[in-house]
Design a binder for this molecule. Structure first.
Ligand SMILES: Cc1cc2nc3c(=O)[nH]c(=O)nc-3n(C[C@H](O)[C@H](O)[C@H](O)COP(=O)(O)OP(=O)(O)OC[C@H]3O[C@@H](n4cnc5c(N)ncnc54)[C@H](O)[C@@H]3O)c2cc1C
Length: 440
C-alpha cells in the first residue's frame, strides 16, 4: 500500500525489524512493462512516491524507489533485494499482477515472505467463501467491523535509517527532493498516449485532502445526490483507495467520527455501505473467484439468458476501436467514455450505463466483457482493481438477480440512455463532454 502511515504491512514490518534488531527498508518499484503502463498511472504512482519518501523520512524509515526505464533494466531486481533481506513483508492484494507476483516471489524467497491482509476495510480472510451478493456479506461485515475499524498502532523504528551509501542499492534510487516527475515519466518505455490527469494528483497528501473536503462539504448530501453526475456529490477517493494512498479504514473512521460529532449515523451510512459492503464484496469476489477478470465468472443463469439472446438483431455494431474513441451511436455512452479517457474516472451512474449499453452493439457478450475490462484497465485511474472486475461482472448479472426478460439483455438488468436522460439532469454533463472530446 502506497502510504507512509496507517499502513498495516509497514507496521508489521517495523515490529519484526525491531525484534530482529535490523533496519526496516521500504522498497518500491515501478516497472515499465505492467499491463497498460502509461503516463497516467506512472505519474500518479510517482507523485505518491514523493509523499512516501517525505512521510517515511519523517518516521525514520529508509525508503528506496527503483524506476527502471526499460523491461531489461527491470529484470531480477526483486530477487536481488530479497536476497539481502531477513524477512519480506508485502500486501495481500487479490487481483491484477500483485497476487501472482506475491506467489512467484514467495516461492523464491530464502527468508519468510509475509503478506498482510489490509486492503479491504475488514480482512478478506474473514470470508473464506465466495459471497452470493451484498445481502449475504453485509451482516458478516457489520458483525466484525467494530473489531477491525480501529486506529492502527504505529511502531517507531529502533534502528536508525540507513544512508544511501550504507544501503548500497543495486540500482540508482530516485531522489524525490530533486525529481521532476514529468521528465522521469517521459523517459520510461510506456504508453505515452494515455496522459496524466492534472486534476487528480497522486499521493497520500492529496488523498487526505480529498477526504477532508468530502467530509466538510459533501457527505451531508451524499445519500440524496450521489446518483447525479452533475452534482459532484461523491468522494472521488477510488484512485487513492486503489493504490492504497489512503486506507478504507481511515476513510471509514473519519466518516464515523464526522457522524458521531453530529449525531448523524444515518447520514454517513449510505457512504459506509459503498465503502465497506460494496467494496468488500468486490474484494471477496476477486479473492475467492479465480476467474474474476473474465466472462466465465458470471452466473450460469446470466450466461444462459445472454446466450439465448445472442441472435437478437442489433441495429448497429461497433468495434473496440470505435468504443475506445467514444464513437458509439449513443451520445450519453460517448460522454462517459470521454470522461474515462480524459479524466481517468467516471461517475458511478454513468459507469453502470457505460457497462450495459455495449451489449446492444456487439453480438458476443464475452467480447463486450473483454472490451469493458480492456477500456477500464487502460484508462481508469481506479482500474485494475477488485471493484473493476466485480462491477463489470455486475453489469452481466453477478451479485444481482434475474429481471423481467427483454430483447438482447434477456434477464440481465437492462439500462438505457433514454431512461438515464429522463431520471438525471444530463444537460451539463453532455455539454462538458463536448469539451472532453477536444482534450483527446
Ligand atoms: C462498469 C463499472 C466499472 C467500475 N469500475 C470501477 C473501478 O475500476 N474501480 C473502482 O474503484 N470502482 C469501479 N466501479 C464502482 C464505482 O463506480 C466507483 O467505485 C465509484 O464511482 C468511485 O467514485 P467515488 O470514489 O467518488 O465513490 P464514492 O461514492 O465516494 O464511494 C466511496 C468508495 O466506495 C467504493 N464504492 C463506491 N461505489 C461502489 C460500487 N458500486 N461498488 C464497489 N465499491 C464502490 C469505492 O471504493 C469508492 O471510492 C465501477 C462501476 C461500474 C458500474
Amino acid at each position: 500500500m502506497r502510504r507512509p502511515s496507517d499502513n498495516a504491512a509497514l507496521a508489521y514490518a517495523l515490529e519484526r525489524a525491531n525484534e530482529l534488531g535490523l533496519p526496516c527498508v521500504v522498497y518500491e518499484s515501478l516497472r515499465p512493462d505492467y499491463p497498460f503502463a502509461s503516463d497516467r498511472f506512472h505519474t500518479f504512482v510517482l507523485e505518491g512516491a514523493r509523499d512516501m519518501a517525505t512521510g517515511l523520512e519523517a518516521r525514520g524509515v529508509t525508503h528506496a524507489f527503483f524506476l527502471p526505464k526499460t523491461r531489461d533494466e527491470a529484470r531480477g531486481m526483486v530477487a536481488k533485494m530479497m536476497a539481502r533481506a531477513a524477512m519480506v513483508v508485502s500486501d495481500d492484494y487479490p487481483t491484477f499482477i500483485i497476487a501472482a507476483h506475491n506467489a512467484h516471489s514467495a516461492a523464491r524467497a530464502a527468508c519468510a515472505y509475509i503478506v498482510v491482509d489490509d486492503c479491504a476495510g475488514v480482512p478478506m480472510a474473514l470470508f473464506p467463501k465466495e459471497e452470493y451478493g451484498a445481502r449475504t456479506i453485509r451482516p458478516k461485515i457489520h458483525k466484525v467491523k467494530d473489531a477491525w475499524l480501529l486506529p492502527l498502532h504505529e511502531p517507531k523504528p529502533k534502528i536508525d535509517p540507513l544512508t544511501p551509501k550504507r544501503l548500497a542499492l543495486p540500482f540508482d534510487g530516485v531522489d524525490f527532493e530533486k525529481a521532476d516527475v514529468a521528465k522521469l515519466v517521459a523517459a520510461c518505455e510506456i504508453d505515452h498516449t494515455v496522459q496524466a490527469v492534472a486534476e487528480l494528483p497522486g499521493g497520500a497528501v492529496a488523498a487526505n485532502k480529498r477526504l477532508d473536503a468530502f467530509l466538510a462539504h459533501k457527505l451531508t448530501g451524499y445519500a440524496v445526490d450521489r446518483n447525479e453526475p452533475t452534482r459532484d456529490a461523491t468522494s472521488h477517493l477510488s484512485p487513492y483507495l486503489h493504490f492504497g494512498m489512503v486506507s478504507a479504514r481511515r476513510v471509514a473512521l473519519a466518516a464515523r467520527a464526522w457522524a458521531d460529532e453530529r449525531n448523524a449515523a444515518d447520514v454517513a451510512e449510505p457512504f459506509l455501505e459503498q465503502l465497506l459492503v460494496r467494496r468488500g464484496l468486490a474484494y471477496n469476489f476477486a479473492a475467492r473467484n479465480p476467474r474474476h477478470t473474465t466472462y466465465d465468472a458470471i452466473p450460469a443463469w446470466a450466461k444462459a439468458t445472454l446466450d439465448e439472446h445472442r441472435r437478437d438483431p442489433r441495429e448497429v455494431t461497433v468495434t473496440l476501436a470505435q468504443l475506445t474513441d467514444a464513437r458509439s451511436p449513443d451520445e450519453v455512452w460517448n460522454a462517459a467514455q470521454l470522461e474515462l479517457r480524459t479524466r481517468g474516472v467516471v461517475h458511478n451512474y454513468m459507469r453502470m450505463l457505460w457497462g450495459k449499453l455495449p451489449l446492444t452493439w456487439m453480438k458476443e457478450p464475452r467480447d463486450v466483457f473483454d472490451a469493458l475490462v480492456h477500456l477500464n484497465d487502460r484508462f481508469a485511474l481506479d482500474g485494475r482493481d477488485p471493484n473493476t472486475y466485480a462491477s463489470i461482472a455486475w453489469c452481466f448479472g453477478i451479485h444481482d438477480r434475474p429481471w423481467p426478460e427483454r430483447a438482447i439483455f434477456g434477464k440481465i438488468r437492462c439500462m438505457t440512455s433514454r431512461s438515464a436522460r429522463s431520471k438525471l439532469d444530463l444537460v451539463g454533463y453532455l455539454a462538458e463532454a463536448r469539451s472532453w472530446r477536444d482534450d483527446l
